[in-house]
Write a protein that binds this ligand. Structure first.
Ligand code: PLP
Length: 306
């Protein structure tokens, strides 16, 4: 059995983004970008921090196979495949819907990384994954939850929040995409509810209750109500898999001002949320703001609208 290698290579960089700050309507020194997209494993992204925890749990359980679920262009699925390759574990990815005609974006990488893919067809993915688990035999499979979010894996983002505080002690706002909720839940636990603006991607029906549920399970007696969480649901637009106009403009803005490439599902939506927050006056000039770049670049090459 392999021991768990470290998937992280030290604190991720924090970069100034003065041209983007000015274009948003902030002062030029207000904005920082924390580059979790530059984490090394498998193309990088926020999911690696959480997988450091969930894959350690898999190794400790003695499992030979790891099973997880996701949307067809799931970054979590791709990075589970990468982490499994690093550890010599078999990875089965149960992805929503039917097999696409061509392998693009994350699906191409899933296969390159040696994962087996099961398409759920008309069945809900979690049910299809239950079947995969039964077929593999009890005790030999470790199941990683949808999006890799659990109270224990969200602790990785408590550590990331503390890392950020060391790097940017005067941080006033952190803007982050919300999918399965663990990233925001960890940041809220480290930084408090008022400093974290989560931008909903539409991956779950009720992001507020999912994030709040995780926060409560992490710190049962902790402060904070579901209402105190700052969550922008307006960027979901026509739904998780649809690229809205505000996200498209935000992608162009970051790329053209700073050479910063975002993805159409998560980090692009988070940037659209930052644009909207500055317009609405909930993030103001003079307030130190950190945009967390959570990765997802392969999704750009798997998206029909590009
Ligand atoms: C690139 C990217 N950013 C952000 C997120 C959201 O993270 P979380 O699932 O922890 O909310 C995800 C995953 O859903 C992602 O793939």
């Amino acid at each position: 059995m392999q021991s768990t290698a470290s998937f992280l290579n030290g604190p991720t960089p924090v970069e100034a983004a003065p041209r983007l700050a000015l274009a948003l309507g902030l002062d030029s020194d207000d904005l920082r970008v924390k580059r979790d997209d530059l984490i090394g494993l498998g193309g990088g992204g926020n999911k690696v921090r959480k997988l450091q925890v969930t894959m350690e749990e898999a190794v400790r359980s003695g499992a030979e196979t790891v099973v997880t679920t996701g949307a067809p262009q799931s970054n979590h699925a791709r990075l589970t495949a990468a982490a499994g390759a690093r550890l010599g574990l078999r990875v089965v990815l149960v992805l929503q819907g039917r097999e696409p005609e061509s392998d693009r974006g994350n699906v191409l990488l899933d296969k390159l990384l040696g994962a087996e893919i099961v398409w759920s067809g008309d069945q809900p993915v979690e049910e299809a994954a239950d079947q995969v688990e039964r077929d593999a035999g009890r005790g030999r499979v470790h199941r990683i939850p949808f999006g890799g979010s659990s109270p224990s894996s969200a602790e990785a983002y408590v550590r990331a929040g503390n890392e950020l505080l060391d790097q940017v002690p005067d941080v006033h706002h952190v803007v982050v995409a919300v999918g399965s909720g663990g990233t925001m839940a960890g940041l809220v636990t480290a930084l408090g509810a008022t400093r974290v603006l989560g931008v909903d991607s539409g991956a779950v029906p009720d992001a507020r209750s999912v994030v709040h549920g995780l926060v409560r399970r992490m710190r049962p007696g902790g402060p904070g109500t579901a209402e105190s969480l700052r969550i922008d649901t307006a960027q979901v637009g026509d739904g998780y898999e649809h690229l809205g106009g505000s996200t498209r403009s935000a992608l162009s803005l970051a790329a053209e001002t700073e050479g910063l490439v975002l993805d159409p599902t998560y980090s692009g939506r988070a940037m659209a949320g930052l644009v909207a927050a500055v317009k609405a006056g909930s993030i103001r000039p003079g307030e130190r703001t950190v945009f967390l770049h959570t990765g997802g670049l392969p999704g750009l090459f798997g998206h029909d609208a590009f």
